[in-house]
Design a protein around this ligand. Structure first.
Ligand code: G3D
Ligand code: MG
Length: 179
């Protein structure tokens, strides 16, 4: 059996303040870089390897995700271009309890793609453990998902629902080169 091919990919995690970006990354990542990797552009970078196994249909791959998190509570306007540069995939997060966070996702992705061009994106509606407080549902998610050409998942950094699947999804889309 051939060894899995190893590749490394930068992804950026985007979305309005307090949607749960850092919490989702923490839930997913075990192997975190030290805080000294906080860059001068205000990004915290952690890495995690994601195994992609197709059961023989395609070659196995181990994708090391270099996951860039926005440090602090930066908004779209003051995220530096260097944060986006070189990104090969993006996770865009909104919070089901705040409707404006869903609408903002389109602006985040536009700004990103002005720097990166078309890259694979996954849309996450986080805090799905708070479904009783949801201010939008699948229909609105589907509309934004279509606009962004990105699949969407309901996630919870609190109970862990779909967190692994979300990172698996972006990893496999990047490897398949789906724009
Ligand atoms: P950010 O990195 O996008 O700014 P954070 O967001 O990860 O810092 O999360 C912001 C707040 O939302 C935190 O609460 C965090 O605990 C909470 N949160 C994140 N994800 C979830 C989730 O899936 N479910 C619930 N219920 N809460 C979540 P605090 O109170 O610490 O500010
Ligand atoms: Mg954060």
């Amino acid at each position: 059996m051939m060894a899995a091919k190893r590749i490394s990919k930068k992804i950026v995690v985007l979305g309005n303040p307090a949607v749960g970006k850092t919490s989702l990354i923490r839930r997913f990542v075990i192997d975190a870089f030290d805080d000294k990797y906080l860059t001068t552009i205000g990004a915290k970078i952690v890495k995690k390897e994601v195994p992609l196994r197709s059961g023989g249909a395609k070659p196995d791959m181990d994708v090391t995700l270099m996951i860039w998190d926005i440090a602090g509570q930066k908004t779209l306007g003051n995220v530096k271009q260097a944060y986006y540069r070189g990104a090969e995939g993006a996770m865009i997060i909104c919070d089901i309890t705040r409707r404006e966070t869903l609408l903002s996702t389109i602006d985040w992705i536009k700004t990103l793609m002005q720097v990166t061009g078309e890259i694979p994106v996954v849309l996450l509606a986080n805090k799905c453990d708070l479904m009783d407080q949801a201010l939008f549902g699948d229909k609105e998610m589907q509309e934004v998902s279509n606009k962004l050409n990105a699949p969407f998942l309901l996630t919870s950094a609190k109970d862990g629902r779909n967190v692994n699947d979300a990172f698996q999804s972006i990893a496999s889309r990047m490897v398949e080169g789906i724009g």
